[in-house]
Design a protein around this ligand. Structure first.
Ligand code: KIV
Ligand code: ZN
Length: 501
Protein backbone atom coordinates (compact mmCIF):
# COMPACT_ATOMS: atom_id res chain seq x y z
CA UNK A 1 0.00 0.00 0.00
CA UNK A 2 1.24 3.51 -0.78
CA UNK A 3 -0.30 6.42 1.14
CA UNK A 4 -0.70 9.71 -0.73
CA UNK A 5 0.32 12.91 0.99
CA UNK A 6 -1.85 15.99 0.56
CA UNK A 7 0.12 18.89 1.98
CA UNK A 8 -1.86 21.82 3.33
CA UNK A 9 1.00 23.84 4.85
CA UNK A 10 0.21 26.73 2.51
CA UNK A 11 -3.52 26.74 3.35
CA UNK A 12 -4.39 25.22 6.75
CA UNK A 13 -0.80 25.79 7.89
CA UNK A 14 -0.98 29.43 6.92
CA UNK A 15 -4.04 29.71 9.17
CA UNK A 16 -1.63 29.46 12.12
CA UNK A 17 -2.19 32.56 14.27
CA UNK A 18 0.47 35.11 13.34
CA UNK A 19 1.44 33.54 10.03
CA UNK A 20 0.90 35.30 6.73
CA UNK A 21 2.98 34.39 3.70
CA UNK A 22 3.95 36.60 0.78
CA UNK A 23 3.60 35.20 -2.75
CA UNK A 24 7.36 34.60 -2.91
CA UNK A 25 7.39 32.83 0.43
CA UNK A 26 4.57 30.57 -0.78
CA UNK A 27 6.60 29.77 -3.84
CA UNK A 28 9.74 28.95 -1.84
CA UNK A 29 7.80 26.53 0.36
CA UNK A 30 5.98 25.00 -2.63
CA UNK A 31 9.30 24.33 -4.39
CA UNK A 32 10.57 22.53 -1.30
CA UNK A 33 7.35 20.50 -1.03
CA UNK A 34 7.66 19.52 -4.67
CA UNK A 35 11.23 18.36 -4.15
CA UNK A 36 10.17 16.56 -0.98
CA UNK A 37 7.69 14.50 -2.99
CA UNK A 38 4.24 15.25 -1.56
CA UNK A 39 1.45 14.29 -3.97
CA UNK A 40 -0.76 17.37 -3.65
CA UNK A 41 0.18 20.94 -2.72
CA UNK A 42 -2.79 22.92 -1.45
CA UNK A 43 -1.30 26.30 -2.34
CA UNK A 44 -3.94 28.44 -0.64
CA UNK A 45 -7.49 29.65 -0.98
CA UNK A 46 -7.74 31.66 -4.21
CA UNK A 47 -10.68 33.80 -3.11
CA UNK A 48 -8.82 35.15 -0.05
CA UNK A 49 -6.98 38.15 -1.56
CA UNK A 50 -5.09 39.40 -4.63
CA UNK A 51 -1.79 38.50 -2.91
CA UNK A 52 -3.02 34.96 -2.27
CA UNK A 53 -3.96 34.58 -5.94
CA UNK A 54 -0.54 35.93 -6.94
CA UNK A 55 1.10 33.32 -4.69
CA UNK A 56 -0.99 30.45 -6.11
CA UNK A 57 -0.33 31.65 -9.67
CA UNK A 58 3.41 31.75 -8.98
CA UNK A 59 3.28 28.15 -7.77
CA UNK A 60 1.20 27.08 -10.78
CA UNK A 61 3.50 28.85 -13.24
CA UNK A 62 6.46 26.72 -12.09
CA UNK A 63 4.88 23.79 -13.97
CA UNK A 64 5.61 21.40 -11.10
CA UNK A 65 4.83 17.73 -11.53
CA UNK A 66 2.68 17.69 -8.37
CA UNK A 67 -1.05 18.41 -8.26
CA UNK A 68 -1.63 22.06 -7.29
CA UNK A 69 -4.87 22.62 -5.43
CA UNK A 70 -6.88 25.55 -4.11
CA UNK A 71 -9.29 25.45 -1.20
CA UNK A 72 -12.79 26.69 -2.13
CA UNK A 73 -16.13 27.04 -0.47
CA UNK A 74 -19.19 25.76 -2.36
CA UNK A 75 -19.53 29.09 -4.14
CA UNK A 76 -19.07 29.91 -7.80
CA UNK A 77 -16.90 32.99 -7.01
CA UNK A 78 -14.45 30.79 -5.13
CA UNK A 79 -14.25 28.28 -7.95
CA UNK A 80 -13.83 31.05 -10.52
CA UNK A 81 -10.95 32.48 -8.48
CA UNK A 82 -9.33 29.03 -8.39
CA UNK A 83 -9.83 28.67 -12.14
CA UNK A 84 -8.25 32.07 -12.67
CA UNK A 85 -5.14 30.81 -10.87
CA UNK A 86 -4.89 27.79 -13.15
CA UNK A 87 -4.86 25.11 -10.42
CA UNK A 88 -5.32 21.41 -11.20
CA UNK A 89 -7.81 20.70 -8.45
CA UNK A 90 -9.98 22.20 -5.76
CA UNK A 91 -10.51 21.16 -2.19
CA UNK A 92 -14.22 21.94 -2.11
CA UNK A 93 -15.38 22.27 1.47
CA UNK A 94 -18.85 22.32 3.03
CA UNK A 95 -19.65 22.09 6.72
CA UNK A 96 -21.79 19.07 7.52
CA UNK A 97 -22.45 19.13 11.27
CA UNK A 98 -25.77 20.55 12.45
CA UNK A 99 -23.75 22.72 14.81
CA UNK A 100 -22.05 24.45 11.88
CA UNK A 101 -25.13 24.48 9.64
CA UNK A 102 -27.35 26.03 12.27
CA UNK A 103 -25.00 28.47 14.01
CA UNK A 104 -22.54 29.36 11.26
CA UNK A 105 -24.37 29.10 7.95
CA UNK A 106 -28.05 29.19 8.97
CA UNK A 107 -28.78 26.64 6.27
CA UNK A 108 -30.49 23.26 6.20
CA UNK A 109 -28.74 20.00 5.35
CA UNK A 110 -30.58 19.89 2.02
CA UNK A 111 -29.49 23.42 1.10
CA UNK A 112 -25.85 22.67 1.88
CA UNK A 113 -25.96 19.40 -0.05
CA UNK A 114 -27.35 21.20 -3.10
CA UNK A 115 -24.59 23.81 -2.87
CA UNK A 116 -21.97 21.07 -2.69
CA UNK A 117 -23.40 19.17 -5.67
CA UNK A 118 -23.89 22.26 -7.85
CA UNK A 119 -20.36 23.45 -7.07
CA UNK A 120 -18.94 20.01 -7.82
CA UNK A 121 -20.74 19.99 -11.15
CA UNK A 122 -19.54 23.53 -11.97
CA UNK A 123 -15.92 22.68 -11.16
CA UNK A 124 -16.00 19.41 -13.11
CA UNK A 125 -17.54 21.19 -16.10
CA UNK A 126 -14.60 23.60 -15.99
CA UNK A 127 -12.01 20.83 -16.00
CA UNK A 128 -11.06 20.79 -12.33
CA UNK A 129 -10.45 17.70 -10.24
CA UNK A 130 -12.64 17.88 -7.12
CA UNK A 131 -11.83 16.63 -3.64
CA UNK A 132 -15.15 17.07 -1.83
CA UNK A 133 -14.54 17.76 1.82
CA UNK A 134 -16.81 17.78 4.86
CA UNK A 135 -15.91 20.24 7.60
CA UNK A 136 -16.62 19.13 11.17
CA UNK A 137 -17.53 15.74 9.74
CA UNK A 138 -16.65 13.92 12.95
CA UNK A 139 -19.53 15.71 14.71
CA UNK A 140 -21.91 15.18 11.79
CA UNK A 141 -24.71 12.72 11.34
CA UNK A 142 -23.16 9.70 9.60
CA UNK A 143 -26.10 9.06 7.30
CA UNK A 144 -26.04 12.68 6.08
CA UNK A 145 -22.29 12.49 5.60
CA UNK A 146 -22.60 9.31 3.52
CA UNK A 147 -25.42 10.87 1.51
CA UNK A 148 -23.50 14.02 0.62
CA UNK A 149 -20.34 12.08 -0.26
CA UNK A 150 -22.20 9.44 -2.31
CA UNK A 151 -24.09 12.04 -4.32
CA UNK A 152 -20.94 14.12 -4.67
CA UNK A 153 -19.10 11.12 -6.15
CA UNK A 154 -22.05 10.45 -8.49
CA UNK A 155 -21.80 14.09 -9.63
CA UNK A 156 -18.13 13.61 -10.43
CA UNK A 157 -16.05 14.31 -7.29
CA UNK A 158 -12.90 12.21 -7.67
CA UNK A 159 -11.90 12.17 -3.97
CA UNK A 160 -13.60 12.77 -0.64
CA UNK A 161 -12.22 14.09 2.63
CA UNK A 162 -13.62 13.94 6.16
CA UNK A 163 -12.26 16.60 8.51
CA UNK A 164 -11.84 16.18 12.24
CA UNK A 165 -11.99 19.96 12.48
CA UNK A 166 -11.59 20.34 16.23
CA UNK A 167 -9.59 17.17 16.86
CA UNK A 168 -12.31 15.23 18.67
CA UNK A 169 -11.40 11.75 17.44
CA UNK A 170 -9.47 9.15 19.36
CA UNK A 171 -7.50 6.44 17.54
CA UNK A 172 -10.32 3.94 18.21
CA UNK A 173 -13.08 6.29 17.08
CA UNK A 174 -11.03 7.29 14.05
CA UNK A 175 -10.74 3.71 12.86
CA UNK A 176 -14.49 3.23 13.24
CA UNK A 177 -15.33 6.62 11.66
CA UNK A 178 -13.09 6.48 8.59
CA UNK A 179 -13.92 2.77 8.17
CA UNK A 180 -17.55 3.72 7.46
CA UNK A 181 -16.52 6.10 4.66
CA UNK A 182 -13.76 4.13 2.98
CA UNK A 183 -15.85 2.20 0.46
CA UNK A 184 -18.14 4.87 -0.95
CA UNK A 185 -16.50 4.66 -4.36
CA UNK A 186 -13.78 7.32 -4.21
CA UNK A 187 -10.41 7.58 -2.45
CA UNK A 188 -10.83 8.96 1.07
CA UNK A 189 -8.62 11.52 2.84
CA UNK A 190 -8.04 11.87 6.57
CA UNK A 191 -7.77 15.47 7.81
CA UNK A 192 -7.04 15.54 11.54
CA UNK A 193 -6.43 18.43 13.90
CA UNK A 194 -4.25 18.23 16.96
CA UNK A 195 -6.34 19.78 19.75
CA UNK A 196 -5.70 16.75 21.99
CA UNK A 197 -2.28 15.93 20.55
CA UNK A 198 -3.78 12.97 18.68
CA UNK A 199 -3.74 14.20 15.07
CA UNK A 200 -1.04 11.82 13.86
CA UNK A 201 -2.40 8.84 15.81
CA UNK A 202 -5.91 9.51 14.49
CA UNK A 203 -4.61 9.89 10.93
CA UNK A 204 -2.78 6.56 11.21
CA UNK A 205 -5.96 4.87 12.46
CA UNK A 206 -7.98 6.40 9.62
CA UNK A 207 -5.45 5.15 7.10
CA UNK A 208 -5.55 1.71 8.66
CA UNK A 209 -9.33 1.77 8.25
CA UNK A 210 -9.07 2.29 4.52
CA UNK A 211 -8.37 5.97 3.85
CA UNK A 212 -5.66 6.33 1.24
CA UNK A 213 -4.56 9.96 1.53
CA UNK A 214 -3.55 12.06 4.53
CA UNK A 215 -3.80 15.84 4.86
CA UNK A 216 -0.78 17.14 6.75
CA UNK A 217 1.30 20.25 7.33
CA UNK A 218 5.04 20.64 7.76
CA UNK A 219 5.85 20.86 11.48
CA UNK A 220 2.15 20.30 12.20
CA UNK A 221 1.39 24.01 11.96
CA UNK A 222 -2.21 25.15 11.61
CA UNK A 223 -5.18 26.65 13.43
CA UNK A 224 -4.98 26.40 17.25
CA UNK A 225 -2.89 23.29 18.08
CA UNK A 226 -2.32 22.62 14.40
CA UNK A 227 -2.73 19.73 11.99
CA UNK A 228 -1.22 16.27 11.72
CA UNK A 229 2.49 16.77 11.21
CA UNK A 230 3.85 15.64 7.85
CA UNK A 231 7.18 14.46 9.21
CA UNK A 232 5.73 12.49 12.11
CA UNK A 233 3.10 10.79 9.97
CA UNK A 234 5.42 9.92 7.11
CA UNK A 235 8.18 8.55 9.34
CA UNK A 236 5.70 6.60 11.50
CA UNK A 237 4.26 5.06 8.32
CA UNK A 238 7.75 4.21 7.08
CA UNK A 239 9.36 2.98 10.29
CA UNK A 240 6.49 1.60 12.35
CA UNK A 241 4.02 0.40 9.71
CA UNK A 242 6.35 -0.31 6.77
CA UNK A 243 4.06 1.73 4.54
CA UNK A 244 5.53 3.89 1.82
CA UNK A 245 4.77 7.38 0.60
CA UNK A 246 6.43 9.29 -2.22
CA UNK A 247 8.14 11.56 0.31
CA UNK A 248 11.93 11.70 0.37
CA UNK A 249 12.39 11.17 4.10
CA UNK A 250 15.99 12.35 4.06
CA UNK A 251 14.79 15.90 3.29
CA UNK A 252 12.46 16.19 6.27
CA UNK A 253 14.77 18.08 8.63
CA UNK A 254 15.75 20.55 5.93
CA UNK A 255 12.13 21.17 4.88
CA UNK A 256 11.08 21.59 8.50
CA UNK A 257 13.76 24.23 9.07
CA UNK A 258 12.86 26.06 5.88
CA UNK A 259 9.20 26.24 6.88
CA UNK A 260 10.08 27.31 10.44
CA UNK A 261 12.29 30.10 9.14
CA UNK A 262 9.79 31.37 6.59
CA UNK A 263 6.72 31.20 8.84
CA UNK A 264 8.53 32.33 11.99
CA UNK A 265 6.93 29.41 13.86
CA UNK A 266 9.88 27.77 15.57
CA UNK A 267 9.67 24.28 16.98
CA UNK A 268 9.69 23.09 20.54
CA UNK A 269 13.09 21.36 20.95
CA UNK A 270 11.52 18.02 21.80
CA UNK A 271 9.35 17.91 18.67
CA UNK A 272 9.45 14.37 17.30
CA UNK A 273 11.63 13.67 14.23
CA UNK A 274 12.71 17.25 13.44
CA UNK A 275 13.07 18.99 16.84
CA UNK A 276 16.57 20.07 17.86
CA UNK A 277 16.59 17.48 20.64
CA UNK A 278 15.12 14.63 18.59
CA UNK A 279 18.57 13.04 18.39
CA UNK A 280 20.34 14.83 21.28
CA UNK A 281 21.65 12.84 24.22
CA UNK A 282 22.41 14.32 27.60
CA UNK A 283 22.58 11.66 30.25
CA UNK A 284 25.81 9.72 30.64
CA UNK A 285 24.02 6.38 30.46
CA UNK A 286 22.28 7.26 27.21
CA UNK A 287 25.31 8.88 25.58
CA UNK A 288 27.47 5.92 26.49
CA UNK A 289 24.88 3.51 25.07
CA UNK A 290 24.53 5.50 21.85
CA UNK A 291 28.28 5.69 21.38
CA UNK A 292 28.49 1.91 21.69
CA UNK A 293 25.40 1.16 19.59
CA UNK A 294 23.09 3.95 18.45
CA UNK A 295 19.92 1.78 18.51
CA UNK A 296 20.14 1.58 22.31
CA UNK A 297 18.55 5.02 22.59
CA UNK A 298 17.57 5.95 19.03
CA UNK A 299 14.56 4.36 17.32
CA UNK A 300 15.73 5.58 13.90
CA UNK A 301 18.99 7.07 12.72
CA UNK A 302 19.16 10.87 12.49
CA UNK A 303 20.54 10.48 8.94
CA UNK A 304 17.28 8.84 7.85
CA UNK A 305 15.52 12.19 8.17
CA UNK A 306 18.53 14.38 7.37
CA UNK A 307 19.07 15.31 11.02
CA UNK A 308 22.22 15.10 13.17
CA UNK A 309 23.07 13.35 16.43
CA UNK A 310 24.27 15.62 19.21
CA UNK A 311 25.74 15.04 22.68
CA UNK A 312 24.86 17.73 25.20
CA UNK A 313 26.98 18.45 28.27
CA UNK A 314 24.52 18.99 31.09
CA UNK A 315 24.17 17.89 34.68
CA UNK A 316 23.80 14.21 33.79
CA UNK A 317 26.72 14.09 31.39
CA UNK A 318 28.94 11.02 31.63
CA UNK A 319 32.71 10.80 31.57
CA UNK A 320 32.80 9.02 28.18
CA UNK A 321 31.46 11.95 26.26
CA UNK A 322 33.73 14.47 28.00
CA UNK A 323 36.74 12.24 27.34
CA UNK A 324 35.81 12.07 23.67
CA UNK A 325 35.32 15.83 23.37
CA UNK A 326 38.63 16.54 25.12
CA UNK A 327 40.35 14.12 22.75
CA UNK A 328 38.75 15.87 19.78
CA UNK A 329 40.18 19.14 21.10
CA UNK A 330 43.62 17.59 20.88
CA UNK A 331 44.32 17.60 24.66
CA UNK A 332 46.03 14.82 26.53
CA UNK A 333 44.91 15.00 30.14
CA UNK A 334 45.95 12.81 33.05
CA UNK A 335 43.39 11.37 35.44
CA UNK A 336 43.70 14.23 37.93
CA UNK A 337 43.19 16.85 35.25
CA UNK A 338 40.26 14.95 33.78
CA UNK A 339 38.58 14.71 37.20
CA UNK A 340 38.96 18.45 37.71
CA UNK A 341 37.40 19.19 34.31
CA UNK A 342 34.60 16.71 34.94
CA UNK A 343 33.80 18.15 38.38
CA UNK A 344 33.68 21.70 37.02
CA UNK A 345 31.22 20.64 34.33
CA UNK A 346 29.07 18.90 36.92
CA UNK A 347 29.03 21.97 39.16
CA UNK A 348 27.98 24.16 36.24
CA UNK A 349 25.17 21.64 35.69
CA UNK A 350 24.15 21.97 39.33
CA UNK A 351 23.97 25.72 38.78
CA UNK A 352 21.42 25.06 36.04
CA UNK A 353 23.76 25.55 33.07
CA UNK A 354 24.45 23.41 30.04
CA UNK A 355 28.10 23.52 29.07
CA UNK A 356 28.84 24.71 25.55
CA UNK A 357 31.84 23.55 23.51
CA UNK A 358 33.53 26.87 24.18
CA UNK A 359 32.90 26.51 27.94
CA UNK A 360 34.54 23.08 27.85
CA UNK A 361 37.51 24.46 25.93
CA UNK A 362 37.88 27.28 28.46
CA UNK A 363 37.69 24.87 31.42
CA UNK A 364 40.19 22.52 29.80
CA UNK A 365 42.55 25.42 28.94
CA UNK A 366 42.31 26.62 32.51
CA UNK A 367 42.95 23.22 34.08
CA UNK A 368 45.89 22.64 31.73
CA UNK A 369 47.24 26.15 32.39
CA UNK A 370 47.01 27.11 28.72
CA UNK A 371 46.52 30.74 27.72
CA UNK A 372 43.38 30.82 25.58
CA UNK A 373 44.20 31.66 21.98
CA UNK A 374 41.99 34.20 20.20
CA UNK A 375 42.60 34.44 16.46
CA UNK A 376 39.76 36.96 16.17
CA UNK A 377 39.44 39.81 18.65
CA UNK A 378 36.88 42.58 18.85
CA UNK A 379 38.40 46.05 18.89
CA UNK A 380 35.35 48.23 18.31
CA UNK A 381 31.65 47.80 17.78
CA UNK A 382 29.28 50.63 16.80
CA UNK A 383 25.57 50.13 16.36
CA UNK A 384 22.99 52.51 14.92
CA UNK A 385 19.42 51.46 15.50
CA UNK A 386 16.02 52.99 16.19
CA UNK A 387 12.50 53.20 14.84
CA UNK A 388 13.40 55.26 11.77
CA UNK A 389 16.73 53.81 10.64
CA UNK A 390 17.89 50.56 9.13
CA UNK A 391 19.84 48.81 11.89
CA UNK A 392 23.50 49.16 10.96
CA UNK A 393 26.67 47.91 12.63
CA UNK A 394 30.32 48.60 12.07
CA UNK A 395 32.96 46.35 13.61
CA UNK A 396 36.70 46.64 13.86
CA UNK A 397 38.23 43.21 14.39
CA UNK A 398 41.79 42.08 14.79
CA UNK A 399 42.16 38.88 12.81
CA UNK A 400 45.53 37.29 13.42
CA UNK A 401 46.73 40.72 14.48
CA UNK A 402 45.58 42.43 11.30
CA UNK A 403 42.86 45.05 11.68
CA UNK A 404 39.73 44.71 9.60
CA UNK A 405 36.84 47.15 9.44
CA UNK A 406 33.43 46.14 8.08
CA UNK A 407 29.84 47.31 8.20
CA UNK A 408 26.57 45.43 7.92
CA UNK A 409 22.84 46.00 8.01
CA UNK A 410 20.24 43.64 9.38
CA UNK A 411 16.68 43.22 10.59
CA UNK A 412 17.82 44.36 14.03
CA UNK A 413 21.04 45.47 15.73
CA UNK A 414 22.16 41.95 16.64
CA UNK A 415 21.60 40.77 13.09
CA UNK A 416 23.51 43.77 11.74
CA UNK A 417 26.47 43.06 14.03
CA UNK A 418 26.52 39.39 13.03
CA UNK A 419 26.36 40.35 9.34
CA UNK A 420 29.33 42.71 9.79
CA UNK A 421 31.39 40.06 11.62
CA UNK A 422 30.52 37.41 9.06
CA UNK A 423 31.73 39.73 6.30
CA UNK A 424 34.98 40.51 8.15
CA UNK A 425 35.82 36.88 8.79
CA UNK A 426 34.67 35.52 5.41
CA UNK A 427 38.28 35.15 4.20
CA UNK A 428 39.33 32.98 7.13
CA UNK A 429 36.24 30.94 7.90
CA UNK A 430 32.78 30.28 6.50
CA UNK A 431 30.25 30.20 9.33
CA UNK A 432 26.53 29.58 9.43
CA UNK A 433 24.59 30.68 12.50
CA UNK A 434 22.31 27.67 13.03
CA UNK A 435 20.69 28.60 16.28
CA UNK A 436 20.48 31.66 18.46
CA UNK A 437 18.94 31.48 21.90
CA UNK A 438 18.43 34.29 24.42
CA UNK A 439 17.40 34.06 28.05
CA UNK A 440 17.00 36.82 30.60
CA UNK A 441 18.49 35.14 33.62
CA UNK A 442 17.60 37.75 36.19
CA UNK A 443 14.39 39.76 36.25
CA UNK A 444 13.87 43.45 35.56
CA UNK A 445 15.18 45.86 32.92
CA UNK A 446 18.78 45.36 34.13
CA UNK A 447 18.53 41.59 33.66
CA UNK A 448 21.59 39.59 32.75
CA UNK A 449 21.19 38.26 29.25
CA UNK A 450 22.42 34.77 28.42
CA UNK A 451 23.02 34.18 24.73
CA UNK A 452 23.82 30.71 23.37
CA UNK A 453 24.68 30.29 19.71
CA UNK A 454 25.20 27.24 17.58
CA UNK A 455 27.55 27.74 14.64
CA UNK A 456 28.28 25.42 11.76
CA UNK A 457 31.42 25.24 9.68
CA UNK A 458 30.96 22.40 7.17
CA UNK A 459 30.48 19.28 9.25
CA UNK A 460 31.64 20.91 12.49
CA UNK A 461 29.08 22.31 14.90
CA UNK A 462 30.12 24.45 17.87
CA UNK A 463 28.09 25.92 20.70
CA UNK A 464 29.16 29.06 22.56
CA UNK A 465 27.70 31.34 25.19
CA UNK A 466 28.07 34.78 26.68
CA UNK A 467 26.27 36.30 29.63
CA UNK A 468 26.22 40.08 29.92
CA UNK A 469 23.79 42.88 30.72
CA UNK A 470 23.75 44.00 27.06
CA UNK A 471 22.15 41.71 24.50
CA UNK A 472 24.23 43.02 21.58
CA UNK A 473 27.54 42.60 23.39
CA UNK A 474 26.50 39.17 24.62
CA UNK A 475 25.52 38.09 21.11
CA UNK A 476 28.73 39.38 19.56
CA UNK A 477 30.90 37.80 22.24
CA UNK A 478 29.15 34.42 21.93
CA UNK A 479 29.44 34.54 18.15
CA UNK A 480 33.14 35.46 18.26
CA UNK A 481 33.91 32.77 20.85
CA UNK A 482 32.34 30.22 18.53
CA UNK A 483 34.37 31.50 15.57
CA UNK A 484 37.56 31.35 17.61
CA UNK A 485 36.85 27.79 18.67
CA UNK A 486 36.24 26.75 15.07
CA UNK A 487 39.43 28.49 13.89
CA UNK A 488 41.55 26.93 16.64
CA UNK A 489 40.18 23.46 15.85
CA UNK A 490 40.70 24.03 12.15
CA UNK A 491 44.29 25.11 12.60
CA UNK A 492 44.99 22.25 14.97
CA UNK A 493 43.70 19.81 12.36
CA UNK A 494 45.91 21.36 9.67
CA UNK A 495 49.04 21.18 11.83
CA UNK A 496 48.22 17.57 12.81
CA UNK A 497 47.91 16.65 9.13
CA UNK A 498 51.17 18.40 8.34
CA UNK A 499 52.89 16.44 11.10
CA UNK A 500 51.53 13.21 9.68
CA UNK A 501 52.68 14.01 6.10
O1 KIV B 1 -10.21 21.38 9.53
C1 KIV B 1 -11.05 21.66 8.68
O2 KIV B 1 -12.24 21.42 8.83
C2 KIV B 1 -10.58 22.28 7.47
C3 KIV B 1 -11.60 22.44 6.41
C4 KIV B 1 -12.05 23.86 6.35
C5 KIV B 1 -11.13 21.86 5.15
O3 KIV B 1 -9.44 22.64 7.33
ZN1 ZN C 1 -8.22 21.79 8.86
Amino acid sequence: MNVRIFDTTLRDGEQTPGVSLTPDEKLRIALKLDELGVDVIEAGSAITSPGEREGIKKVVSEGLSKEICSFTRALQVDIDAALDCGVDSIHLVVPTSDLHLEHKLSKTREEVKQMALESTQYAIDHGLLVELSAEDSTRSDMSFLKEIFTEGIQTGAQRICACDTVGMLTPEKSQEFYGQLSDLGAPLSVHCHNDFGLAVANSLSGLKAGASQAHVTVNGIGERAGNASLEELVVALHSLYEVDTNVDISMLYDVSKTVARITGVYLQPNKAIVGENAFAHESGIHADGVMKKAETYEPITPELVGHKRRFVMGKHVGSHIIKQKIKEMGFRVDEGQFNQIFQRIKSLGDMGKCVTDVDLQAIADDVMGIMAEKPVELEELTIVSGNKVIPTASVKLKIDNIEKLEAGVGVGPVDAAIVAIKKSTADVVDIELEEYHVDAITGGPDALIDVVVRLRHGEQVVTARSTQPDIINASVEAYLSGINKILIDKRMKISKNELND
